[in-house]
Design a protein around this ligand. Sequence first.
Ligand code: NDP
Length: 328
Amino acid sequence: MRALLLNKVDDEFSVEITDVSEDQLPEADTLVAVEYSTINYKDGLAITDSSPIVRSWPMVPGVDFAGTVLSSESENFGVGDRVVLNGWDVGEKHWGGLAERARVDAGWLTSIPEEFSTYQAAAIGTAGYTAMLCVLALEDHGITPDSGSILVTGAAGGVGSVAVAVLSRLGYEVIASSGRVEEEGEYLTSLGASELIHRSELAEPSSRPLAKARWAGAIDVAGSHTLANVLAATAPRGCVAACGLAQGMDLETSVAPLILRGVTLAGIDSVHEVAERRDQAWKRLATDLDVNMLDAITTEVGLDAVPQVAADIVSGKVRGRVVVDVAG
Ligand code: NDP
């Protein structure tokens, strides 16, 4: 079977598309015929060796995939079941989705809701499922469309695009922050954003612990100064769901938004999220994500294009989601 294989020998990093045999797959209880994997930001970092994502070599990257079960020792899955996998350190410590087959623990698999094809489940992928976890966090903290606008940072990226589409379908006024307002403004408006701001407005360090309240909540993929500025401009009793580090891992801020405005900072970890919450997120995606929007968000490539797309996503050039046809 074809696979994208990363290796590091004597500090020499390599990426190749090669044939591997099923015997080389890691030990686990369930064998899946992978139909589609995707390129998330983390995959970009792994495939370009820009960050220490991969913890064992050689490695098939791909933090997510969608496909059908070929065999399973688990009573929870049978042959032919359609499944999606997001996270669980797959593509980091355990061989991942960028191969025609994957052997994984059944406990890492989620059934694909009947509303979605395997292609659509992959298109949503880890980025879309994470966007839904962020929406659930806002809801858990009492944010409703009546609370006020919701800011989405990195709006033209994978998490951001799905977040904009879901929030707007749920009736929220969405403010989309992007570094590509000129190029992608029309795209973001078509997904449902009602206001666009340039990400440079939020990118610089600020010494002001509080700013004028501009949004009731936010989904932030950037971290760093962006997240600090987002928190400072969140309205009283608001909530910010933080999932990413596209600007940086650092966070220099003050407790002022938390203790003077009762703002909640909700952290999102999709990788180790419990099964119940994963099922909840996927069920909500089935009702709250318009599949026509999903088509507009998604492009498809074959395995050969993956190294280039990986470089593009790291440099912020990818729009929406990229699905990989692993046999293509
Ligand atoms: P994408 O690359 O698709 O999207 C990231 C977007 O962030 C870019 O498209 C760009 O959007 C914006 N961006 C890029 N550079 C900067 C910058 N310097 N400052 C502010 N914004 C920037 O990645 P994903 O959507 O796959 O992932 C987004 C983030 O979320 C990543 O950091 C990823 O690691 C994280 N993540 C975390 C998860 C978790 O479980 N916590 C799960 C999934 C993702 P634009 O051009 O519109 O500004």
